[in-house]
Design a protein around this ligand. Sequence first.
Ligand SMILES: [Zn+2]
Length: 286
Amino acid sequence: MKKIEYIRIKRILENYFKYDKYIDEQFIYEMIEIIVKSRKFNSMINNVNIFNRCQEEGISGFYSPIDKEINIVLPDKNIELFDYNTTILHILLHELEHVGQHKKCIESKNDTLETSLLSTCFKPNNYNEMIKKRLQNNDINKDEYFSVIEKLKFYEMYSKIINECYELLPSERQAEINSFSYMIELLKNIKNVQYEDKIEKIKLNYLVRKVMGYKKQDDKVLSPTYELYRIILDFIKQPQLLKKYYETFDLASRNMSLEERLYYGLNISCDEYDKQQLEIGKLLIK
Ligand SMILES: [Zn+2]
């Protein structure tokens, strides 16, 4: 988190809370501008579209790296001011995390653990979008038409599998972890007694996101990244590669702290899992 970016966003956010103002388009554009500048996202975003809830049922935000567009769907205004403002804040921070993830993948010369995990999440949707765009623009010659259609079928299916694995995806898990932790920092100085419980709930969300996709089975913990690769390699009919991937993950996680392993969705012990659940439990009964 860059200090100047953080201070500037915090300042405008605190003003909205101070005057009991619902976040509006001006806030959204201003916040995006601050982040674009500080994280050097200029080449990643051409457009920001803001919709009302009724137009885009179900989706709250979406970033397309192909169109370089951020789409934000505003929540219904019939909720309390704090909930409304933090919902939008969360959507914005989450989508801007995705922008940064795509940027990292584009710019990294050598694959790191982070960029290779992220690329795995993005590849099917990116291909899918790209092929559709070429079809729309009639940018496909006769000879390759059938192979392109076959590819499209494959990538549509592949994207569907990936999208169904939301809780296992490193891209989504990391966007959630980072956006909630940023939000906790931003809300630190909002001193309003009536918001105290709600801020605790955001802390709870943060803890829950850290263990998102982990599952305890008997005396073992299944990790989201391992599980995701099992599903993908099964789909692309390459299960023999699983062992190699697991070995790479084991090796990478050997020197990682618990926080880092949670961030990448790598293995944690039963004890570590139980401790995380205990923390969550403590906030739940507060
Ligand atoms: Zn997302």
